[in-house]
Design a protein around this ligand. Structure first.
Ligand code: NAD
Length: 511
């Protein structure tokens, strides 16, 4: 595959004094440079975005939907090129890029093209209040104007660019600040949007580091942020200065509970597949496992056998199961968590070491004899590690799963789906799967968002597009009503009538 990407010293027509080098993390080679935009560099982008928005809104759902549908086709026609770019800056395998990025993107362009209008349609409201009887009450959604999207490095298409799609479908202009680690995918997709006819200024990319993201917050009508919980708190604090609304999709420490009546083979397959997917660099990755005593030994031996068989590499499609780490400092975090666990008594059954050659690698790793005194069970590892803890029973599993400041996703395995669902409902997480994991993310109708410190707001479903809109309620009095209970001139008859009406309506309920 082509791992080289042309040196991009000027991205998106913007020239900046400083440049950010972009590395291929699988090889450690610098493959491109992008501009590091300063706060002042953002001003013309903001002006262009604001100027372009009214015409984009006026195009209506059909007009915007046509651009988005074209883009779904463009993405599929150019998928190998896009996968090459994604892989060149993330080090992920071909299969990881195809399943979690291309398939998500293609589905999302179509989904929002098809559903934006329904989710944002006017809603007629009926009120029981006698004061508004006979009046037309409506809730409607209007685009906010200019939306800022700030994204992370682990899924440059799905989690960065992906959040721009519903914002655009709603009729907003968007400025995307992709991660400085993986900006090339967004620039490639911007090319596609232009080919598909997006009007000038409606979608723009501001490459840069954290300071560029922070400056963007001051300029936009809403910030959609995906990244770590630590940065999410800074984003919210900055947005508070201008009362800019935020939606935050943050870090996680997702538990997997394997109950004694689970299909052990399926649970072990899911653990290895979804724990190692994208080299464990997924916000809803399986980060810690709790397994009931009666099946613990069988489960561990299956996971060990499967994890040992994983192939790690950066070759052609079909040549590897696990790719490299994307962000070099993340290798240090993974290593620190493994070393901390070992020092506190954990055993490494598979892997446990960082890669020794070029690039940034960590071996698929299985740890046992772990507990909550260890960082690998309490802090986000974001790497290819599966720490497995034996638990006495369901209650202990639930207690430990909830013993975390995070609450993004979780999964529960049991052949008794009633039991599985009962346990799932007790987990403090925004999304829980029973006998499955992560695949809930592909159901774009299903809201996805974090509980506790894992986020604020949701993506997908109605909430995933309404957040990009101002909810406006309308009350329309169609004609001069003769029996209005309020109105100048003052009317004592009406006041008496209101007294009676209030007693009739609200004074008769059982206390
Ligand atoms: P990060 O928080 O370091 O950076 C995210 C983005 O924020 C980057 O674009 C960065 O440049 C920008 N940024 C940094 N400082 C900023 C500031 N002060 N103001 C505004 N923007 C700023 O996160 P990361 O390391 O890129 O991504 C990994 C994290 O993202 C993990 O914690 C992972 O769980 C999380 N994540 C969450 C989801 C989700 O849907 N919940 C999805 C993907 C990743």
């Amino acid at each position: 595959m082509a791992t080289e990407v042309a040196d991009v010293t000027v991205a998106n027509g913007h020239v900046a004094q400083d440049q950010i080098p972009v590395e291929n993390p699988a090889t450690g080679q610098v493959i491109a440079h992008v501009p590091d935009l300063s706060p002042e560099d953002l001003v013309p982008l903001v002006e262009r975005g604001r100027a372009a928005q009214p015409a984009w809104e006026a195009l209506g759902f059909d007009g915007r939907g046509r651009v988005l549908r074209r883009m779904a086709r463009w993405l599929l026609e150019h998928q190998d090129e896009v996968i090459d770019v994604i892989r060149s800056e993330t080090g992920k395998t071909y299969e990881d890029a195809q399943l979690a990025e291309i398939s998500y993107g293609a589905a999302a362009f179509n989904f929002w093209a098809q559903n934006a209008e329904g989710y944002l349609a006017d809603e007629k409201v009926k009120s029981a209040n006698v004061l508004v009887k006979g009046k037309k009450l409506v809730t409607r959604y209007r685009p906010l104007g200019l939306v800022g999207v700030i994204g992370p490095w682990n899924y440059p298409l799905t989690n960065s660019f992906g959040d721009c799609i519903p914002a655009l479908a709603a009729g907003n202009s968007v400025i995307l600040k992709p991660s400085e680690v993986t900006p090339l995918t967004s620039l490639k997709l911007e090319e596609g949007l232009k080919e598909c006819g997006i009007p000038e200024g409606v979608f723009q990319i501001a490459t840069g580091r954290g300071a560029t993201g922070a400056a963007l917050i001051d300029h936009v009508d809403m910030i959609m942020f995906t990244g770590s919980t630590a940065t999410g708190k800074k984003v919210m604090a900055k947005a508070a200065e201008t009362l800019t609304p935020v939606s935050l999709e943050l870090g996680g420490k997702d538990p997997m509970i394997v109950l004694s009546d689970a299909d052990v083979e399926r649970a072990a397959n899911s653990a290895v597949y979804w724990g190692m997917f994208n080299a464990g660099q997924t916000c809803i990755s399986l980060e810690r496992l709790y397994v009931e005593e009666p099946i613990y030994d069988e489960f561990v031996s299956k996971v060990v056998e499967k994890a040992r068989a994983l192939r790690q590499g950066f070759g052609e499609s079909g040549s590897a199961d696990v790719g490299s780490m994307t962000f070099p400092p993340q290798v240090d975090i993974v290593e620190r968590h493994v070393e901390d666990a070992k020092a506190k008594g954990a055993k490494v059954l598979v892997g446990g070491e960082r890669g020794k050659g070029q690039g940034y690698w960590f071996e698929p790793t299985v740890l046992v004899d772990v507990d909550h005194s260890m960082e690998c069970m309490t802090e986000e590892t974001f790497g290819p590690t599966l720490p497995i803890m034996k638990v006495r029973d369901e209650e202990e599993a639930i207690r430990l799963a909830n013993d975390s400041p995070y609450g993004l996703g979780a999964s529960v395995f049991s052949k008794d789906v009633t039991r599985g669902e009962r346990v799932a409902r007790r987990i403090e997480a925004g999304a829980v799967c029973v006998n499955d994991a992560l695949v809930n993310y592909t159901a774009l109708e299903l809201p996805m968002g974090g509980a506790k410190t894992s986020g604020l707001g949701t993506r997908h479903g109605a909430g995933g597009i309404r957040k990009y809109c101002q909810q406006q309620s309308l009350l329309v009095t169609r004609f001069a009503m003769k029996k209005e209970l309020y109105m100048y001139p003052y009317n004592t008859r009406a006041t008496k009538l209101l007294g009676k009406a209030l007693r009739f309506l609200y004074g008769r309920g059982k206390a």
